[in-house]
Unconditional design. Structure first.
Length: 242
């Protein structure tokens, strides 16, 4: 399958045009929408989401990843193979945590160019066709990468910030819950929150944090909204309190 991880949203033509390009070149391969609302123009926050959610998919999956504020600029266009999964997108740090956590990786610069390449829509014109090639069993259309322009060694292994707010108002941090001591609390936006197993362990209106279904620390309010009730948004710092 080809899995879309983008900040395009579902309004307007962008996601539809990308999926149309995939259908033309790989008509028998399902295209799955994972995130259409990745943190807009924010490869750093997106990198922690991608690493957590990509692990759920089987070997052989192709991830078409576009969070690309530098589109048309000097950032490289790359293909990454990490533990048997393929990632196609901009070399702007978006794949940093996938690379860092994988046991085996290889990466390529995308040398192939289409007949028409929009300067502002590489998702449709470059990354979608390359993703389709990989899904069809073709080799990466480029040369092995020889520099580290796509790497972000200064980014932490776990990010103590909110990286995503879902439609229910729950706020995910870039922290793997397994890296947090079992009895630790999280502090964010002036509140200190106890750990709970799930929503029903907290009374209605109560705020808490828990390990979400993909292993990230998530802040929630039972029958409420953590974004509204606690003032949480992408980029808000989160602190581990022992």
């Amino acid at each position: 399958m080809i899995v879309l991880f983008t900040d395009f949203g579902l309004h307007g033509p962008y996601t539809g045009q990308v999926k149309a390009a995939l259908h033309q070149m790989a008509p028998g391969v399902p295209a799955i929408d994972l995130f259409a609302d990745a943190p807009m123009g924010n490869p750093k926050a997106s990198a922690y989401l991608l690493a957590a959610y990509a692990a759920w998919f089987p070997v052989g999956t192709v991830f078409l990843c576009v969070v690309d504020p530098g589109v048309g600029g000097t950032r490289p266009a790359i293909v990454l193979e990490a533990d048997g999964r393929w990632y196609v997108g901009p070399g702007n740090g978006l794949f940093e945590l996938v690379l860092r956590r994988a046991k085996k990786t290889r990466s390529w610069d995308i040398d192939w160019r289409p007949e028409r390449l929009s300067a502002s829509f590489h998702g449709r014109d470059l990354f979608a066709p390359v993703s389709a090639m990989l899904a069809n069993g073709e080799p990466p259309p480029g040369q092995p990468r020889k520099d580290g322009a796509d790497r972000r060694a200064d980014w932490p292994d776990d990010l103590c910030e909110i990286v995503y707010v879902d439609r229910f108002g729950n706020a995910m941090a870039g922290l793997r819950a397994a890296m947090i001591p079992p009895n630790a609390r999280l502090a964010a936006a002036g509140r200190v929150l106890e750990r709970k197993r799930t929503f029903s362990d907290e009374p209605p209106g109560g705020a808490f944090w828990y390990e979400n279904s993909n292993g990230l620390a998530e802040i929630a309010v039972n029958q409420g909204r953590a974004d509204r009730d606690l003032g949480l948004a992408i980029g808000i710092p989160v602190e581990i309190v022992s």
